[in-house]
Design a protein around this ligand. Structure first.
Ligand SMILES: C[S@@+](CC[C@H](N)C(=O)[O-])C[C@H]1O[C@@H](n2cnc3c(N)ncnc32)[C@H](O)[C@@H]1O
Length: 209
């Protein structure tokens, strides 16, 4: 049985809504990708959802993030289903292929951009590698699967990166993908934004043609 939705009873933060949307579709036995493992919160969330028969591939460029994520997964008892990759997420295609994953097999893919909280703020995601990674990630997104991006326009370079993600996602073919965004409109400091991309399920009518 799927665990209950993690949404709170107030307007959720972008990160919380990402979890809530993914929880509607990611269940036991699925494959998921965390493109920015960081402190491992999203990796553990995905690993809980996919259960012992599922798999999570988690990427981070920093050794410190991989170490913290490994420890968090071990403490949560989900390390058995998590594969950690210390690599730039723009290379995720090569790593997933090496791991034997089929394209269009991931039920959920998460990007939580920016820097590792509590660490060196100079190591942060950048528009060029983020866009390269997003383009590759779409190849792994299953029909009906969801890719979420939490972007932070409030820090240096974050506005440019957020705009690049929005421009890229807004240009995706609407016959193949549904794209939506969520953000608070009345906050003084630019709040994080969620961009969600769903690969549409094939139209049943087109399958009979
Ligand atoms: C906001 S944190 C992620 C938070 C994380 N999802 C969690 O639940 O704790 C962003 C992470 O992206 C990582 N990062 C930055 N550039 C990257 C890249 N090119 N490839 C993969 N990870 C990258 C940083 O090292 C940092 O740990």
């Amino acid at each position: 049985m799927m665990p209950p939705s993690p949404l709170p009873n107030r307007l959720p933060r972008a990160t919380e809504l990402a979890h809530g949307l993914i929880a509607t579709r990611l269940g036991p036995g699925a494959i998921a990708i965390d493109a920015t493992a960081g402190n491992g919160h999203d990796t553990v969330f995905l690993a809980d959802r996919v259960g012992p028969d599922g798999r999570v591939h988690a990427f981070d460029i920093q050794a410190a993030a991989i170490t913290v994520t490994r420890q968090r997964c071990e403490s949560a008892g989900v390390a058995d289903r998590v594969r950690l990759w210390q690599a730039c997420h723009s290379l995720l295609g090569e790593e997933l292929r090496q791991a034997g994953e089929a394209t269009e097999s991931a039920g959920a893919i998460m990007f939580n951009l920016g820097y590792l909280p509590g660490s060196d703020k100079s190591c942060l995601t950048r528009a060029d590698t983020t866009l390269a990674a997003l383009r590759k990630a779409l190849d792994w997104l299953a029909p009906g699967g969801l890719l979420t991006v939490v972007a932070y326009p409030g820090h240096a370079g974050g506005d440019e990166e957020t705009a690049a993600v929005e421009t890229w996602s807004a240009g995706l073919d609407q016959a193949a993908f549904a794209v939506a965004t969520y953000r608070f409109l009345n906050q003084t400091n630019p709040p994080p934004r969620l961009v969600a991309v769903e690969r549409r399920l094939p139209d049943p009518a087109s399958r009979t043609k």
